[in-house]
Design a protein around this ligand. Structure first.
Ligand SMILES: Cc1cc2nc3c(=O)[nH]c(=O)nc-3n(C[C@H](O)[C@H](O)[C@H](O)COP(=O)(O)OP(=O)(O)OC[C@H]3O[C@@H](n4cnc5c(N)ncnc54)[C@H](O)[C@@H]3O)c2cc1C
Length: 382
């Protein structure tokens, strides 16, 4: 996502954040704080106000051994975090398929990996430090409602300065990958999802084949193999991420686990019908349920289905048609990816959780200093 803000302010310290907030209030312009700006959604667009960048918000990670948490500077990238954690004997229990995101961006949009026992990373948030629109500093964990809203906050509450996440002792993972006829994968999907700690597949419309990946805990040590199906073993944080160098845009919906296969087959039919000229793969993952107010995986074990298109190719007609399929399965969109929903759609999707989120947001930021036009539309049109 690109935008042309009136101002770009790089912050590093709480004082910098407070100065930026003062400037935004003086000029009556909204603030959008960004991490790696890796989201495909309107959350990170701001053409009327100030973009705050957090690249320099780094430093050390503080471990609390007794409650197994790590307090991490908000702008630190996941690949830096996971390396530093490993050196201290800790790891995140799950990660998504890239590790370039910032810690605040990850929780801000509800990022997830794959695995039926693994919820979104926001579920592991135990605390965070926020700078509010008054310049006041708060700890989210001091108020249970603020903590809940902060877990998946859309950047709408304030500037997140650090995040405290649950961590686990370091572990090794074994990765195996192979290609298979997609119908065979579909027939075995329940088994694959249940018998592997992390299972996913990409379906390639060009040849109707699936590229399957499983990751499972291993005693180590690291190994190498030229034969992907035999697999290799390495530190967890080296195995989770993949290289994603091709620029694309993406829509992802979470549907109830039981409906995952039917929904995938409908999306596959849509693509194979050929109307939209789609050659990008479709990704199929599983995620555990959680209790987040506006979490796509709230209250139900989930299959996430991601569709992609090249950044310079026509995608909207395809995404809109696919969105109707996703919604027919009670799908909920990923906050960091494309959707065409209105505030009313979200209100009926999340019910009381939607109202609770905006109640906290309004109490912390009544003037909407942290709302770009997209977020303001979501809040004020309810
Ligand atoms: C190639 C690729 C692979 C991806 N893989 C996955 C995946 O496996 N799983 C998945 O779930 N998603 C995935 N995504 C989506 C994406 O990584 C996420 O949406 C994530 O938010 C991006 O993190 P970021 O640091 O770039 O955040 P940004 O895009 O910069 O910001 C995201 C949100 O966080 C807010 N924010 C950021 N920093 C702060 C701060 N310090 N204070 C307050 N608010 C803040 C922003 O305002 C915005 O609302 C992928 C995206 C791409 C392009």
């Amino acid at each position: 996502m690109q935008s042309t803000p009136k101002d770009i302010i790089e912050i590093q310290t709480i004082k910098d954040a407070q100065n930026a907030v003062t400037k935004a209030k003086r000029t009556q312009t909204p603030i959008t704080t960004i991490g790696s700006s890796h989201s495909h959604s309107l959350l990170v667009q701001n053409s009327t106000g100030i973009i705050i960048t957090t690249e320099q918000m780094k430093g050390s990670i503080t471990i609390n051994e007794s409650n197994m948490t790590a307090t991490i500077p908000a702008g630190m990238k996941l690949h830096e975090v996971s390396e530093l954690l490993w050196n201290k004997g800790y790891a995140l229990s799950n990660q998504g398929d890239v590790d370039v995101q910032s810690i605040a961006g990850l929780i801000g949009t509800g990022v997830h990996g794959t695995g039926l026992k693994h919820p979104i990373i926001s579920s592991y948030v135990q605390d965070a430090t926020l700078v509010l629109n008054t310049g006041d500093i708060i700890k989210a964990a001091d108020n249970s409602e603020i903590l809940e809203a902060t877990r998946l906050n859309l950047g709408a509450l304030g500037i997140v300065m650090d995040v405290t996440l649950s961590v686990v002792p370091t572990f090794f993972l074994k990765e195996k990958t192979w290609k298979q006829d997609v119908d065979t994968v579909i027939a075995e999907i329940g088994k694959l999802a249940k018998e592997n700690e992390h299972f996913e597949f990409f379906w390639n419309p060009a040849n109707d084949k699936a590229y399957i990946k499983t990751l499972n805990p291993h005693d180590g040590p690291s190994t190498q193999s030229d034969e992907p199906v035999q697999g290799y073993v390495d530190y967890s944080h080296r195995v989770f991420p993949s290289q994603r160098n091709d620029k694309h845009t993406e829509m992802e919906y979470s549907v109830p686990y039981e409906d995952g296969v039917s929904c995938f087959l409908d999306i596959r039919d849509l693509i194979l019908a050929g109307k939209h000229d789609i050659l990008w793969p479709v990704e199929f993952r599983t995620v555990d349920q959680d209790t987040g107010w506006i979490s796509p995986t709230k209250g139900r074990k989930t299959v996430t289905i991601s569709i992609h298109q090249g950044i310079d190719q026509l995608y909207e007609p395809f995404f809109r048609e696919a969105e109707m399929i996703f919604r027919s399965y009670r799908g909920r969109p990923h906050w960091g990816k494309c959707n065409y929903l209105t505030s009313d759609d979200f209100a009926s999707m999340y019910g009381v959780g939607w109202r609770s989120f905006w109640k906290v947001q309004r109490s912390l930021d009544p003037d909407g200093v942290f709302l770009n036009s997209y977020l303001r539309g979501l809040r004020d049109l309810q």
